[in-house]
Design a protein around this ligand. Structure first.
Ligand SMILES: C[S@@+](CC[C@H](N)C(=O)[O-])C[C@H]1O[C@@H](n2cnc3c(N)ncnc32)[C@H](O)[C@@H]1O
Length: 213
């Protein structure tokens, strides 16, 4: 489901600076060769993530859910001098695509790509995060939030993708599937959490911006 009329979405995209050639080619290859290409953030949301990162100039970024690397590259463009982005994905079958484009973008020294289950990997990462992007399995959003929370610096951000889940989060709770229930519960949990400020932005499939107080 698109939340904006297609013409408005197109106008917004057309009036945002174009993707760089590496991201455009990554987008093309993902749509040509990989299952479920809609998972890729894409031009408009990618520019939003890139802009957040440029605004923050983060030193440490954690991404949960790399897929083919599109959003990792976008956020890494805004890293501070000497900064690092760590991205985790459980699927080793498409990791070569992410690795290829990270290299082509000249970001190999700035992006650490870990293959494995984020639930098991995150506790072993001894970092303080300026920015965390949650974009993996929806059932674990709340677990990811709890796992990273203490390691996010005060004033740092957690951003969660797909929180509107094609609009399914507004259906009656008893009719929701497990993924939608998880996102519904996650959105309510964030709203009630006094430790953070948040805004749910209806960008693409819904981006939740959470600032740790
Ligand atoms: C929506 S895609 C990520 C899209 C990417 N962030 C982008 O915007 O281009 C979700 C990814 O999460 C990964 N994933 C699912 N469960 C995971 C887990 N437990 N640990 C790590 N990655 C996981 C999937 O393999 C998939 O590649």
């Amino acid at each position: 489901m698109e939340f904006l009329p297609a013409e408005i979405e197109q106008y917004a995209t057309d009036h945002s600076k174009p993707e760089c050639s590496v991201l455009a080619e990554l987008h093309r290859e993902t749509w040509a060769k990989v299952l479920r290409p809609r998972m890729l953030s894409g031009h408009l949301q990618g520019k939003v993530l890139e802009s957040f990162s440029h605004m923050m100039r983060p030193n440490r970024v954690l991404e949960i859910g790399t897929y083919t690397g599109y959003s990792a590259i976008c956020m890494a463009y805004g890293l501070a001098e000497g900064g690092k982005l760590i991205t985790i994905d459980i699927n080793d079958e498409i990791s070569h695509i992410a690795e290829k484009y990270i290299e082509q973008a000249g970001l190999k020294s700035k992006i650490e790509f870990i293959i494995g289950d984020a639930i098991q990997i995150i506790p072993g990462l001894k970092e303080t995060w300026d920015l965390v992007f949650i974009d993996a399995d929806k059932e674990n959003y709340s677990n990811y939030y709890d796992l990273v929370f203490d390691s996010v610096r005060p004033g740092g951000f957690i951003v969660a993708d797909n929180v509107l889940w094609s609009g399914k989060v507004i259906e009656p709770y008893e009719l929701l599937d497990e993924e939608t229930k998880s996102l519904f519960d996650f959105n309510n949990k964030i709203l009630k959490d006094e430790r953070v400020d948040n805004v749910l932005m209806p960008v693409r499939d819904g981006l939740m911006l959470i600032r740790k107080r």
